[in-house]
Design a protein around this ligand. Structure first.
Ligand code: FAD
Length: 576
């Protein structure tokens, strides 16, 4: 089958939905298809907890967009592009009020204005929230609006590959989970909004669908990926499962304590304490655990986690401000956070890097050229507003600000663009062969086994701390795992709801993403933000104040660079 739409959006999270809404607001006659491998409501955005940052001055009259921009740039360890950060922070209040008008149920102050709370690395109380279910509140309204504006939703369709010929994106191929139908889509513009890749690691806050498909698809089509070495490890993953206990809990005043009962952040970030940025807090927890001051389940020293202590907040505050975090700890590990501290340790959480785009969301082929017809937004894109480390509550903001901007840019872009041409049959045949090979291969290995080995390899050799030796070992093991991937076999060889086939495809993508993370990290011989090298512990601006651009091919990865836009805040030492 083949279809034609003016615009096809891959991804039904906050970025994809916000872009779709903007396109339809600007030109209701454009045909927009939104494809998602999950139902849009089940995109990872729905799990966002703590909030979305914007200078509304509802609590803090002294806050300014410049202060928000400075905090973001300092948080990024000066790697963020400052022109993009200016857009992010200046447009923030407007997009929040627009969400409010769409009907998003934000938490309120007694006088009815939107409530705002403290968040790590932010110098003012500027994070708007809906208790600790902010993503849920926003995504539901956006998805309702897709229907209202006549966006055609292809839910539970899996996009397999992107069709790029001679520097021009022309369409894509997608697979219907229900019955195995393959369909090619020809479009004047394609937007990738496929989210993150947390599943590359063995402990993550991300959902099962965060497998970096869009990144791998772009990389396989010859498009570079930017700054992939910067993986955010969130300090407070619930031990042992890894799901997130929101930073909002510390924003409301919770403490981090080691096995001696000390608030150890005093040694790492004496001013900001528990509200230091995530890279610093995750390193602090890891160092405490390595020094034997972590905690065992029986309470003794030397164990694998530290405590997040909410008890002093009292039941009323816990139940009104962070009820979901209380529920998670209670349901998953049997802890009542009103009377017991919660065991936590760092968990892979967010991708600062991604598909390189300009501030209109158009994808870069190189530092000075763009890919015709291709756009990206949200977590899969790198614009770059987060640089080497993202501040909490800036990601939902990025999805909404750059989702809207990219939507507007696309609505303009397609006005005088013709439908591109390509030989759909050749792509169908090639892809069908690839699927049949996976379905019919008589291997000896199970998907879960190879995936676990990949996740263990990445967590062990490219985690919170890395070094040349660990990363080289990681790359060696990955090469072996790639061979093992050729030996997997599937129990399910059917075309109806074959989720095992999807898992096999996702594992292939995780491997590509893992390899690009390792190669980019090996190349950056300094420590900056979330990238901490034991062999190069200092930031090195003269050599590395630049973005990484990694070009993938099955034969190897080529690493180039892209300049950083510094126009307002010159790099300084970063103290908290
Ligand atoms: C537990 C958790 C809590 C968070 N809390 C906050 C917070 O409080 N504040 C904040 O700012 N940020 C938070 N974040 C980060 C933020 O939620 C995400 O970065 C953001 O929601 C990503 O949105 P997105 O639209 O880019 O992608 P997602 O919401 O991840 O959506 C991706 C979409 O792409 C689709 N897709 C992917 N691959 C394919 C494919 N091959 N074919 C078809 N469809 C595909 C998926 O089905 C999905 O619809 C949190 C993240 C997590 C994991």
């Amino acid at each position: 089958m083949a279809i034609e739409r003016d615009i096809v959006i891959v991804g039904g999270g906050l970025a994809g939905c916000r872009a779709a809404l903007e396109i339809k607001r600007i030109d209701p006659d454009l045909s927009v298809a939104l494809v998602a491998k999950t139902h849009p409501i089940r995109s990872h955005s729905v799990a966002a907890q703590g909030g979305i940052a914007a200078v509304l001055n509802n609590i803090d009259p002294d806050d300014t967009w410049e202060a928000h921009a400075f905090d973001t740039v300092k948080g990024s360890d000066y790697l963020a592009d400052q022109d993009a950060v200016e857009i992010l922070t200046k447009e923030a209040p407007e997009v929040i009020l627009d969400l409010e008008h769409l009907g998003v149920l934000f938490s309120r102050l007694p006088d009815g204005r939107i409530a705002q709370r403290a968040f790590g690395g932010h110098s003012h109380k500027r994070t708007c929230y809906a208790a600790d279910k902010t993503g849920h509140a926003i995504l539901h309204e956006l998805v309702c609006n897709l229907k209202r504006h006549g966006v055609e939703v292809y839910d539970e369709w899996y996009v397999l590959n992107l069709i790029v010929e001679e520097g021009e994106a022309k369409g894509l191929l997608m697979y219907r989970l229900l019955d195995g139908t393959l369909t090619s889509v020809r479009a004047k513009a394609i937007l990738l909004a496929t989210g993150g890749y947390g599943r590359v690691f063995n402990t993550t806050s991300n959902d099962y669908a965060s497998t970096g498909d869009g990144l791998a698809m772009a990389a396989a089509a010859g498009i570079p990926l930017e700054d992939m070495e910067f993986v955010q490890f969130h300090p407070t993953g619930l031990y042992p499962v890894g799901v997130l206990i929101s930073e909002a809990v510390r924003g409301e005043g919770a403490y981090l304590i080691n096995c001696h009962g000390d608030r150890f952040m005093a040694s790492y970030a004496p001013k900001q304490m528990e509200l230091a940025p995530r890279d610093i807090t995750s390193r602090a927890i890891t160092l405490e655990i390595q020094a034997g001051r972590g905690i065992h389940p029986d309470g003794s020293c030397g164990g694998p986690f530290v405590y997040l202590d909410l008890r002093h907040l009292g039941p009323e505050m816990i139940m009104s401000r962070v009820p979901f975090c209380w529920e998670e700890a209670h349901r998953l590990v049997g802890i009542d956070a009103v009377t017991q501290p919660i065991p936590v340790r760092p968990t892979a959480h967010y991708s600062m890097g991604g598909i390189p785009v300009n501030t209109d969301g158009q994808v870069r082929q190189s530092p000075d050229s763009l890919v015709a017809g291709l756009f990206a937004a949200g977590e899969c894109a790198c614009v770059s507003v987060h640089g080497a480390n993202r501040l909490g509550s800036n990601s939902l903001l990025e999805c909404v600000v750059f989702g809207r901007r990219t939507g507007a840019a696309i609505a303009q872009y397609v006005q005088d663009r013709k439908f591109p041409r390509f030989d759909g049959r050749a792509y169908h045949t090639g892809t069908r062969q690839r699927l049949n090979q996976l379905l019919n291969q008589h291997g000896t290995r199970r998907i879960a086994q190879v995936r676990q080995a990949l996740q263990d390899c990445m967590s062990q050799y490219c985690g919170v701390f890395r070094s040349d030796a660990t990363m080289r070992e990681g790359l060696n093991q990955l090469a072996q795992l790639r061979e093992q991937y050729g030996e997997i076999w599937l129990d399910d060889r059917d075309n109806c709801w074959n989720t095992e086939l999807i898992e096999a495809l996702e594992l292939g993508n995780l491997m590509i993403v893992g390899e690009i993370i390792l190669a980019s990290a090996l190349n950056r011989r300094e420590s900056r933000g979330a990238h901490s090298r034991e062999d190069f512990p200092k930031r090195d601006d003269p050599q590395f104040l630049k973005h990484t651009l990694a070009y993938y091919s099955p034969a190897g990865i080529d690493v180039h660079s892209l300049p950083v836009a510094v126009n307002r805040f010159p790099p300084q030492e970063r103290n908290y």
